[in-house]
Design a protein around this ligand. Structure first.
Ligand SMILES: Nc1ncnc2c1ncn2[C@@H]1O[C@H](COP(=O)(O)OP(=O)(O)OP(=O)(O)O)[C@@H](O)[C@H]1O
Ligand SMILES: [Mg+2]
Length: 273
């Protein structure tokens, strides 16, 4: 893959917490407009990798977005380079509304100093109108009407809160979106909506790195996958290739391989390869 063809690349990335090697020598790359899955058992380092990419934790190794190194930057600089992320368990402040959260997401895109707003009120009005339209468009993608904008986040069902958090990340207009277990807490209808929205977004030149335990969803949406076990990569490939490999199934599920096979939409017998 040449630099121009890389959406996101990790080279030999490691993260250590005291004596714990949470992530060790991880390499993978994702082409632009592709959906890449990151799977592995609990504690295998998936969230830590997202945190390393965002700069929320320190890491060794090299990380590139769109062919440019970001690993020397702080987390805010990385956001401005085109990274967006959602959280495994969003915990919004009690008083925030959906509209407030979307504004926060937009702030990652272009923070406007107060004096600029004061000096150019018309431009500020226009920016506000555009921001509201953008927020409504993103919410409509996941079937949420503008009526929800004034709702407090703490009153939202878990699945809707997850959708709103994705819309918040998209308000920053990222080139690379990192999603941490987006389907947890969602019902089947919401999962189908998310699937359609992610397909539309990747077709619209967004690169997506997806962490998820819902393997059926992963099979349906991912172009490629990386499998982790205890912080190390144990397999790469298309979803079908990955789950044909016995060592991957073993790493993912320990001795119980049944639930991997049950989760697959088109079960394939594992091969030795
Ligand atoms: N801030 C931290 N301080 C110390 N150890 C941490 C920290 N964050 C993660 N770890 C450890 O790093 C390892 C990887 O954790 P991580 O949260 O990345 O796993 P995960 O694959 O996202 O798991 P899950 O599927 O349960 O979300 C675990 O052993 C975890 O306890
Ligand atoms: Mg996690």
């Amino acid at each position: 893959m040449s630099a121009g063809e890389i959406g996101l690349e990790l080279r030999d990335v490691s993260v250590q917490f005291g004596g714990i090697h949470a992530v060790q020598g991880v390499d993978f790359s994702v082409a632009p407009s592709r959906v890449h899955g990151l799977v592995g058992p609990n504690g295998s380092g998936k969230t830590t990798i997202l945190n390393a990419i965002c700069g929320f934790v320190g890491s060794d190794g090299e990380i590139e977005v769109g062919g440019a190194r970001i690993d020397g930057m702080g987390s805010y600089g990385r956001m401005r380079r085109g990274l967006g992320r959602t959280f495994q368990n969003p915990r919004p402040a009690r008083e925030l509304t959906v509209r407030d959260l979307l504004r926060i997401g937009e702030h990652d895109r272009k923070a406007q100093p107060w004096w600029q707003v004061a000096l150019t009120p018309r431009a500020a009005d226009r920016a506000l109108r555009e921001s509201n339209e953008r927020a409504s468009r993103l919410l409509a993608m996941v079937d949420i009407g503008p009526g929800l904008l004034e709702q407090q986040l703490v009153n939202l069902p878990a699945g809707v809160l997850k959708m709103v958090d994705i819309a918040r990340a998209l308000m920053g207009a990222p080139r690379v979106l990192l999603l941490d277990e987006p389907t947890s807490g969602m019902n089947d209808v919401e999962i189908d909506l998310l699937h359609a929205a992610l397909r539309e977004l990747s077709g619209d030149s967004l690169t997506i790195l997806l962490v998820e335990h819902n393997l059926r969803f992963m099979f349906d949406i991912c172009d490629s996958m990386t499998v982790l076990a205890t912080g190390r990569v144990v397999g790469h490939g298309t979803p079908t290739e990955v789950f044909q490999r016995e060592e991957v199934i073993h790493a993912y599920m320990g001795s119980s391989t049944a639930s991997v096979h049950e989760s697959r939409p088109h079960p394939v017998e594992p091969s030795a390869g």
